[in-house]
Design a protein. Sequence first.
Length: 253
Amino acid sequence: MKKLLFFFFLVLNVVTLYACKCKTDPLAENYLAADVAGIIRIIKVYGENVEQRTYKADIKFEKIYKGKKFQTLTVRGLIGNPYSGACETDVQPGETYLILLNKYNGEYSISSCSPKYRFNMEKEKATSEVLEKAFAYIDKNKFAFTGLQFATCFDELQKGDKSDLSAIKNFMPKNPFAIYKVKVNDHSKIEKLTPFTPFGDKDQEIENILKRNMIIDTPMFFNHKPGEEFLILLLYLPDNINTKYGEIINFEW
């Protein structure tokens, strides 16, 4: 019995030791840090290097938000056989992704930790246009954000398949995104809120929900102190109106 317990203890420690741990940042932070941002389609995968556990993927940009287009990605892993414990990933021809990447050693590469999101250009066309407008605003006003970090939040009072923000009735925003500066208390609740740019509809209702319902999820490895100020980006995502658990007003999509 002691040997069995020791074996399980050893296995658990090995799993923990080799588990993939990623630093995850909000969408806006990933955009600001990226050399290139856009929506890509995987054309083909090839050139598997078993020793380095990498392969190549030829890509086509469906939309470019920032930086210059390129044609080839290095993918960490083996084709169709990624090892999650080593943060490897897998991409297949025909798949589309939003990527927000930096060039390293003269090339762009992705792993399971890279800022990339599965995307459906046919079903999420409106979302791609919302992102374009939000990213353009962030680019234009990035110096106004100096000294502040973007954070995300979650609705601690949510009971159904959508948050109270997404449950707002007859929402007709003039602007498809909103950015707020928020001051956070020692319970990670919003105690003060200042809009940089609001939606232009139901703004007071949105601010009331943010203060009442939301818990600020501070950036990873950030030493949060009471009274700290952050930025939050909200996106209007009409593509999610008929999607169960799809948020219509959200911090990601």
